[in-house]
Each structure stands twice: as structure tokens, then as C-alpha cells.
Ligand binder design. Structure first.
Ligand code: DX5
Ligand code: ZN
Length: 217
């Protein structure tokens, strides 16, 4: 699988999101972190903003919903034009029903796991989802350090998808940077979210190319 680089606009300038989306036009997706101040102790943006971002972004949107009651709120993000909608397993009452609803809404479906949530409950449900998001920091904030203890979970997820012959993408989010991305790729991830690494660089587009090269080396 080719390595996909999805910069997180959590580290962009929230007063200039259209401009900062334009700076990552060579990315595969733009990663949009939706936080509700309940599932995580931070608050970002919601459906009206996502609707406009989808209209102006040069690349498709990869939504990461860090919100309670995903069953109720997630489908609106597919309707808002997101190409991919990821909800947290810990925040969904009926993840299979929700995944089917999101696919019916035209989105790819991701299921996210906090660092202490095991991947095994998803492994019999790979047909229902398009992506597993392994959080490699506790969700809520950018700029945190990669948690090394999450690497075995990435390896187990990749081994299981390979064994099943599934096309499931494995995304990592948190602490992805030049110093960590090669090891994460070797563990089996193929989609890399990077916020502070990309938007903290002098040239975000060049940083995307550098990260992609390190992930495929
Ligand atoms: C954190 C968010 C991440 C965040 C990653 O909860 O889900 O997408 O932007 O930031 P970095 O890449 O700086 O660790
Ligand atoms: Zn995220």
C-alpha cells in the first residue's frame, strides 16, 4: 500500500484555514479534528465549518471525530462532504450500524482507538470498515510525544488485515514526525496524520514530501 500523508489542520492557523489548506495541496487528505469538549478536553469546530472546508479544500477531508454520541452526530459529517469519517469505538453504541450508515452516506469509514483500547474487537468486523485509526497519543491536543507502546497494536492490526486479505487502511495519529514515521510504517501503518510536524515546518509541502519518502523507504 502506498503511504498516505494527511496533515492535521489542528496545527494550522484557525483564522486562515483556506490559506493553510492551500499550503498542503500535495497531501493525500486534510485531517480535520472535531472535538466536543466532552470526549476530549478541547473544543474545535463542527458541521458548518466542515461544510465550507470541503468546498474550498484542494484535497479531500479526513474527519476525526473526538465526540460523544457518535451514533447521533457522525452522519452529518458525511453529508457535509467529508470523504472519510472516523469515529471513536469508545463513543459509539452501535458501531456496525453507524459504519453502514456512513458508507450509505458516501464516506469511507474509520474507527479510532484510544491508546488503551484494544484492536481485537474490530478484527472480526473488517468488512464493515475501511480504516482503523490507532491513536498514538491520548487524543485532544497536537504536539504530544509518540507513545511507543502503541507499536504492537499497529503490528497486530496489520497482521490481522493481511491474514483476512482485507484492504483496511491503518492510520496513525499523534507524534508522527521525521524521527518516528519510518518505525510506524514498518509496523504496518499506511496512513499518517501529522499536525505540528507539517504546519510547524517552514515549508509544509516540502515536509509532506519528506515524510512520505521516509514512510516508503
Ligand atoms: C490529537 C489529534 C491529532 C493532532 C496530532 O488529538 O487527533 O490529529 O493534530 O498532532 P501532532 O501531529 O502534532 O501530534
Ligand atoms: Zn486527529
Amino acid at each position: 500500500m502506498p503511504a498516505l500523508i494527511n496533515p492535521s489542520i489542528l496545527s494550522a492557523d484557525f483564522a486562515n484555514l483556506e490559506r493553510d489548506l492551500g499550503r498542503i495541496a500535495n497531501a493525500d487528505y486534510a485531517h480535520v479534528d472535531v472535538m466536543d469538549n466532552h470526549f476530549v478536553p478541547n473544543l474545535t469546530l463542527g458541521v458548518p465549518v466542515v461544510t465550507r472546508l470541503a468546498e474550498v479544500s484542494p484535497v479531500p477531508l479526513d474527519l476525526h471525530l473526538m465526540i460523544e454520541d457518535a451514533d447521533r452526530w457522525a452522519p452529518a459529517y458525511a453529508e457535509a462532504g467529508a470523504a472519510s469519517v472516523t469515529f471513536h469505538l469508545e463513543a459509539a453504541q452501535a458501531p456496525v450500524r453507524l459504519a453502514r450508515e456512513l458508507r450509505a452516506g458516501g464516506a469511507r469509514v474509520g474507527v479510532a482507538l484510544r491508546p488503551a483500547t484494544p484492536v481485537e474487537p474490530l478484527l472480526d468486523l473488517l468488512d464493515e470498515i475501511d480504516m482503523i485509526l490507532v491513536m498514538t497519543v491520548e487524543p485532544g491536543f497536537g504536539g504530544q510525544s509518540f507513545i511507543e507502546g502503541t507499536l504492537p497494536k499497529i503490528r497486530r492490526a496489520r497482521a490481522a488485515t493481511d491474514e483476512a486479505g482485507a484492504a483496511t487502511w491503518i492510520q496513525v495519529d499523534g507524534g508522527v514526525a521525521r524521527g518516528t514515521i519510518a518505525r510506524i510504517a514498518q509496523a504496518g501503518a499506511n496512513v499518517f496524520v501529522a499536525g505540528s510536524a507539517v504546519y510547524g515546518a517552514d515549508d509544509p509541502a516540502a515536509e509532506i514530501d519528506a515524510l512520505r519518502a521516509l514512510a516508503t523507504s
